[in-house]
Design a protein. Structure first.
Lengths: 457, 104
């Protein structure tokens, strides 16, 4: 094979792509299609609850043409980080959708399910053996942290994908994965240079994010050769430039030149970018430096409490000009009321309240350099977290009532100083989770934490 | 006359690099403007340490002549989605950079 043509239809499965772009790509007889489905960007809720940030309908729409297209050309399709967080529940949820599409379209193929969720007893034994190491910023780790996690996934590199391809998988549906690994695996399995394979994967995994002006999520294509690769979007209206490709390595990365993967470091500090047309870019000079032992990034989510949120707004300029002291009084009265409601100190444990004043410093909080608001109205969001939903809602309801009638010296008589748009005025957000691991697991073999299950459907 | 950073750049943005780190990109399409800002030395670890209230040694600062861009990564004040978090993607944390003055 003197060239690999591979397509990424979109930056994240479920966000969409143009069917015309995919059809144009399929006409070029690609050898491989890969798509990333995961991210920690939507927050800890998805790993914590085992749900997906996109709906079944969104997955079905995006997956159907991919399964039909790859089966019609008999080329592999790989889907990484299924169901946002790539845990076991999400992998099975995505597998059910794949099976449904296969049944609806009378498709038959060999699928590799690669599991990424980790058993707690395994992780605890690895922790005791000193195999779990912190990344920066450092978070505490102990047996208790592992035990209280709802779910923990390890991020696989290219090796489990390469193994599944070797075993003859037509479709790979994998749990939590390094995004570029989805693409790098196919290229390295075909004997291509790892530096170019990883770099091409890094650019492809975000779909059209590497274009000059991303108008929507869509397909992007790479032509990989022995000593370079060329990237080009499939929508004729979209284009890549040397700067858009070079700049893409900045996006969401800690460092733009050195990108850590489980089995080594992608070094693109010496990469060069040349325009080959007004919409395609040639990349060369990327290097991959293998490192041992392999390190698998761990992601965990733990329960953080139940939450109720109060939303209201303030329009009175008299209150707005004294908003800092108004907030101080509100917080004091709220603390007094909570002490009345829950006199025993242990009953107040786990109660956490954040007050966000939009129009003042809602977005940046204490980092906001503009300290005096110029806004004629403010939005107040009070975030109450507690051990039970009942306690969280009790407190949110109390704060509403206190804020509603909080006096200001300029007005005599009872005032109503907060506008609340909803009934009930609070929103019960249910169980809340937090990310609780920023660690890597050292392994002897990069396959050891990931079970590969081959199924014929 | 000094110019504001936002008037010299094509893009200033912030975004998570994982749930615990936020990263700033400052990008140019003009080599002369990029070099002028780089040579001015106004953008540095100390500036980010002050603007975002974090120890200087936790500011990761890189400039790229090929991409005509600066990249700065720092720990997030609150991890993405944790209690009190107001910007899960850290997408709206760059405003203090816009008005930074670059001397002539």
């Amino acid at each position: 094979m003197d060239e690999i043509r591979m397509i990424a239809p979109t930056g994240v499965l479920g966000s969409g792509y143009l069917k015309e772009s995919l059809d144009a790509g399929l006409k070029l007889k690609p050898h491989f299609i890969g798509v990333d489905a995961g991210s920690t960007d939507p927050g800890p809720h998805f790993l914590g609850t085992g749900t997906c940030a996109f709906s079944k309908q969104a997955y079905k729409r995006d997956l159907t043409p991919l399964l039909l297209g790859t089966r019609s050309l008999s080329i592999p399709l790989a889907i990484g980080s299924a169901g946002t967080a790539g845990g076991e529940i999400q992998l099975q949820w995505a597998f059910d959708i794949v099976k449904e599409i296969a049944a609806d379209n009378n498709l038959h193929f060999k699928i590799a399910l690669i599991h990424a969720e980790q058993r707690k007893d395994y992780l605890i034994s690895q922790l005791k053996a000193g195999k779990i190491k912190p990344l920066k910023p450092e978070l505490p780790i102990s047996e208790a942290v592992i035990t209280r996690s709802e779910h923990i996934v390890a991020m696989m590199g290219a090796e489990p994908y390469m193994q599944a391809l070797k075993e003859g998988a037509d479709v790979i549906l994998a749990g939590r994965s390094s995004d570029p690994a989805i693409f790098a695996a196919f290229c390295m399995q075909k004997g291509y240079d790892p530096g170019l394979a990883w770099h091409a994967g890094k650019i492809l995994e975000c779909g059209t994010a590497a274009t000059v002006f991303r108008k929507r999520p869509d397909c992007i294509l790479a032509y990989l050769h022995k000593d370079h690769f060329i990237v080009e979007p499939l929508d004729p209206d979209a284009r890549c430039s040397p700067q858009s490709i070079a700049a893409h390595s900045f996006y969401e990365n800690y460092d733009p030149f050195y990108i850590q993967e489980s089995s080594g470091l992608l070094d693109i500090s010496q990469a060069s970018y040349q325009a080959v047309s007004d919409r395609a870019v040639k990349v060369s000079g990327s290097k991959f430096v293998p490192q041992t032992p392999p390190t698998l990034k761990l992601e965990g989510a733990e329960f953080a409490g139940y939450q109720s949120v109060l939303i209201g707004s303030i329009r009175d300029p008299i209150i707005i000009r004294q908003i800092d002291s108004w907030m101080t009084r509100l917080k004091e009265k709220a603390a007094e009321r909570i002490a009345e409601l829950y006199p025993a100190p242990h009953a107040r444990e786990g109660i956490t309240i954040f007050y966000h004043v939009y129009g003042k410093d809602g977005t940046m909080g204490p980092l906001e350099p503009v300290r005096e608001t110029l806004s004629h109205e403010l939005c107040l969001i009070v975030e109450v977290t507690a051990g039970t939903q009942e306690i969280a809602t009790t407190i949110a309801g109390s704060i509403r009532h206190i804020a509603l009638h909080l006096p200001v010296p300029e007005w005599s008589g009872i005032i109503t100083g907060l506008a609340t748009p909803f009934s009930p005025p609070y929103i019960e957000r249910g169980a809340i989770y937090r990310f609780n691991l920023n660690h890597v697991l050292e392994v002897e073999n990069p396959l050891e934490a990931f079970q590969i299950e081959m199924i014929s459907i | 006359m000094p110019r504001k950073l936002m008037e010299m750049t094509t893009l200033i943005r912030s975004k998570n690099a994982g749930p615990f780190v936020m990263s700033f990109d400052i990008m140019f399409d003009d080599a002369a403007k990029y070099r002028h800002v780089k040579n001015s030395n106004v953008l540095n670890q100390q500036l980010f340490s002050e603007l975002y209230n974090i120890p200087r040694d936790q500011v990761h600062f890189v400039s790229s002549d090929a991409a005509m861009a600066f990249k700065i990564s720092i720990p997030r004040p609150i991890p993405a989605g944790d209690l009190g978090c107001t910007d899960m993607h850290a997408g709206q944390q760059y405003s203090p950079l816009l008005d930074i003055e670059i001397p002539d």
